[in-house]
Design a protein around this ligand. Structure first.
Ligand code: FA5
Length: 338
């Protein structure tokens, strides 16, 4: 038995692959294995020998079985690890992943922000869900004013008696003129790119949700000449060439005088001919004294200009898009062109 035990330990020690281990299990511990035969032979022994040898055989069996089990699980997990390594597949390859690209309106917004910040403007932001007072009244557009009809909006909640609590979707980014001056006073130099809403019939050039950029500069001694220089600089940097502009009288209740700014626009028509014409580009003017007063800024000390243009319309112009609806149609073929 001593000899058997020694041999079994040696063979088990030499089992360096799973196959050898399985062979050992069969030869020593299996149904017809050596140890099993010893155990069977116990029957023919005397009661005294049975007592002596039986427990010893059992303890050898337990020990060998345990070592065998430990070795077996080690080999199995090693084999599994190898298989996992060789069978590894990149499941993401099943998808045709493509890089996204920046939306043309966002692209233009970034360029405009870079241009204005280099001129010392800050980029301001604010809520799209706004009080009636910030969107209209404070901008010199009381509820009885006909200018309200030009910017019909979506009412979120209204009690008609209190414009500071009535809530609307903002119709323009001019609301941030009010918020900015009420918070920081003057001087102020900001641009406000952002989304605005109008209760509008949608067509090729009108959407009910679109983007604008507001500009506001208030300081001592500001005049229309500063406005002209600022707009010309922006256009020259945006279109990478000098752009001719002209001022026409325009009406916005929150500026006085109010202006429409046109740009001289050169383009190639459908028949391939070079064409040019004046194109309406933005509303602008000197900030109305009533607006300054509504924001606790003294109009006898400060003056300023404000302007606002449609960022979505500018994207159409810049990239030659003739239907505004394409921009937010989420069509990949269209959006990946920019
Ligand atoms: C305004 O919204 C004024 N707040 C602009 C302003 C600011 C004037 C500061 C003076 C001083 P207006 O309603 O014209 O103005 O809109 C400005 C621009 O938004 C338009 O020139 C146009 O480019 C764009 N826009 C207006 N309505 C739509 C629409 N439905 N869809 C797309 N773009 C539009």
């Amino acid at each position: 038995m001593c000899h058997f035990e020694k041999k079994a330990r040696e063979v088990l020690g030499r089992c360096d692959v799973l196959e050898k281990l399985l062979a050992f299990e069969k030869d020593f511990l299996g149904k017809k294995g050596d140890l099993t035969s010893f155990l069977k032979e116990l029957k023919s022994l005397s009661a005294e020998d049975k007592k002596k040898i039986g427990p010893k055989l059992q303890s050898i069996r337990t020990e060998l079985t345990q070592v065998l089990y430990l070795k077996k699980t080690a080999f199995e997990s090693e084999a599994l690890e190898k298989q996992l390594q060789s069978d590894w597949i990149d499941v993401t390859k099943a998808y045709n992943l493509q890089n996204g690209n920046i939306h043309p309106v966002a692209l233009l917004q970034r360029r405009i922000e870079t241009i204005f910040t280099s001129m010392g403007f800050e980029v301001a932001d604010g809520p799209e869900v706004e009080t009636e007072w910030n969107n209209f009244d404070a901008l010199n557009i009381p509820s009885t004013h006909p200018a309200r009809d030009m910017q019909d909006t979506f009412w979120i909640g209204s009690d008609a008696s209190d414009s500071k609590h009535n809530v609307v979707l903002r119709t323009h980014t001019s609301n941030i003129q009010i918020r900015s001056m009420l918070r920081d006073g003057a001087p102020v130099r900001i641009i406000v790119p952002g989304r605005v809403y109008r209760n509008e019939a949608v067509d090729m050039t009108h959407d009910a949700t679109f983007y604008q950029v507001e500009g506001l500069l208030v300081d001592k001694g500001i005049s229309l000449a500063h406005l002209k220089g600022t707009i010309e600089t922006m256009l020259q940097r945006l279109f990478e060439k000098k752009i001719k502009i002209r001022f026409r009288p325009g009406y916005f209740p929150f500026v006085e005088p109010g202006l429409e700014v046109d740009i001289w626009f050169e383009f190639i028509d459908k028949s391939g001919r070079k064409r040019s014409r004046w194109l309406e580009f933005m509303g602008a003017g000197m900030v109305h004294p009533n607006v300054l007063k509504n924001c606790d800024v003294d109009p006898d000390v400060y003056s300023g200009f404000a302007f606002g243009f449609g960022l979505t319309r500018l994207a159409m112009l810049r990239y030659g898009i003739d239907d505004i609806r394409l921009l937010f149609s989420h069509k990949k073929e269209f959006l990946t062109q920019f």
